[in-house]
Design a protein around this ligand. Structure first.
Ligand code: SAM
Ligand code: TMP
Ligand code: ZN
Length: 405
């Protein structure tokens, strides 16, 4: 029986996405040999309710010198993190010697405003090129995997932190025990650990199955996070639900007894129970919707090919690896994917080998249909690409079901 990565309880498989590549490994077109694949299956723990991947990809294969995701690429996310930084500056970072540590600080999208305010900060992120970008903006950053030993090194060198923040990172880390031990060692007595990640409640509601890929090892709920925290003498004291990245929850964790849990925690737990988020049947129903979406998308794209329509995709997201490889998409069905990230351009998508071009290729000339892989940035992208629809173009979306707009 497979075991839960965090508590050792029995894990039950919920969906098998089959053979999948590394979601962020964009390949040079003439160097396709030796591509790495693993089996993407997702399961739920019967003991602690944590939903998680059943096979772990070695961390250095995902996060390394050439990790190509730069957080500052989205205007909406830049604003979201600037707002986050300001909120910390106004609340938790007002004491005599405030210190904030960010796990997964990437190119410094959140810490920039903290550094500009002259407040002591430290980013910890293992990916070389993105941390170099952060340092070039004046943000103090260690290129390292955060884990217990790294946390102890930070305490020794810098002292304890008022706030440990992480966005779209904690769900990437299978070795959560080490993270929580590290957090417990690094926090000041009244410090808080705040992290936000895609929320299982939204994933189930929108059938957004492409949130499941190698880097997204855990799909959190408040229930699972609270169970996790309690094993380390910590308590979930607040939760906040946001719309960014297709629906996320921000969890605030403090030492047990240090802060009174806000009513929002019990409210979200009750909502999760009412929705059956810890029930296998709920996830099995989600799995049936995934299969229906897969069938509908393949049917639509095949029909468009027979009709001679041009289809391209928009946003070479990590998420799209799951869609493309589950559905068997390739350059026969999707001509190319456009993306603003220079490190992804002139390469091909992992596993599906669809060419990646810059955003200018989208307009040259406009295709008939655009498959919106970056659906989580739909507002931002549809606003800047209004000309596409004026020219008769249509967007294809596949969550919560396959439809065109
Ligand atoms: N926080 C940014 C955001 O929300 O846009 C970046 C998110 S990015 C999807 C995930 C980041 O986590 C990557 O930059 C990766 O290098 C980093 N990461 C992965 N494992 C980590 C670990 N153990 N400690 C610190 N950072 C880690
Ligand atoms: P994400 O869904 O993980 O944030 O990835 C978004 C991808 O989409 C990333 O490669 C950048 C790309 N992108 C564009 O190409 N154009 C855009 O306007 C936005 C917001 C993102
Ligand atoms: Zn468990």
């Amino acid at each position: 029986m497979p075991e839960c990565r965090t508590c050792g309880g029995a894990l039950t498989e919920v969906y098998d996405f089959g053979r999948q590549p590394l979601s962020d490994a964009f390949l040079e077109p003439d160097k396709l040999e030796g591509e790495f694949f693993y089996r993407l299956t997702v399961g739920m723990c019967g003991a602690c309710t944590m939903v998680q991947l059943m096979e772990e990809v070695p961390r250095d294969k995902m996060f390394h010198e050439d990790y190509p995701y730069y957080s500052s690429g989205s205007e909406v996310m830049r604003k979201h993190f600037e707002h986050t930084a300001r909120a910390f500056l106004d609340t938790e970072l007002t004491g005599p010697d405030p210190f904030i540590v960010e796990i997964g600080s990437n190119d410094g999208v959140m810490l920039k405003a903290i550094a500009d305010a002259g407040v002591k900060h430290l980013g910890v992120d293992p990916s070389g090129a993105v941390t170099e970008r952060a340092r070039s903006k004046g943000i103090r950053t260690r290129t390292a995997f955060f884990e217990e030993s790294e946390a102890l090194a930070v305490v020794a060198a810098e002292g304890n932190a008022d706030v440990i923040f992480a966005a779209n990172t904690i769900c990437h880390i299978p070795y959560l025990d080490s993270i929580f031990r590290g957090v417990a060692a690094l926090l000041k007595p009244n410090g808080i650990f705040v992290f936000e990640d895609p929320y299982l409640g939204d994933i189930v509601e929108r059938a957004s199955f492409d949130q499941i890929y190698d880097e997204h090892f855990y799909l959190f709920t408040a229930r699972a996070v609270r169970n996790m925290a309690r094993r380390f003498g910590l308590e979930l004291v607040d939760v906040e639900h946001f719309g960014v990245h297709g629906g996320e929850v921000r969890y605030t964790i403090a030492r047990q007894g240090a802060r009174e849990p806000k009513p929002a925690v019990e409210e979200l737990l009750a909502e999760e129970d009412a929705r059956g988020l810890a029930q296998l049947s709920t996830l099995e129903e989600f799995g049936m919707r995934v299969t229906a979406i897969k069938d509908d998308l393949v049917t639509l794209l095949t029909k468009l090919r027979y009709e001679g329509k041009r289809v391209v995709a928009y946003g070479a997201t990590a998420k799209s690896a799951t869609v493309a490889n589950l559905c068997g998409l390739g350059p026969d069905l999707v001509e190319f994917v456009c993306d603003i990230t220079p490190q992804k351009q002139n390469r091909v998508t992992p596993g599906s080998h669809i060419p990646v071009r810059g955003p200018e290729a989208f307009r040259d000339p406009y295709p008939d249909y655009a498959l919106l892989f970056a659906w989580n940035h739909a507002d931002e992208i549809l606003a800047k690409e209004q000309e596409f629809r004026r020219n008769g173009g249509k967007w294809i979306l596949y969550v919560p079901d396959v439809h065109t707009v």
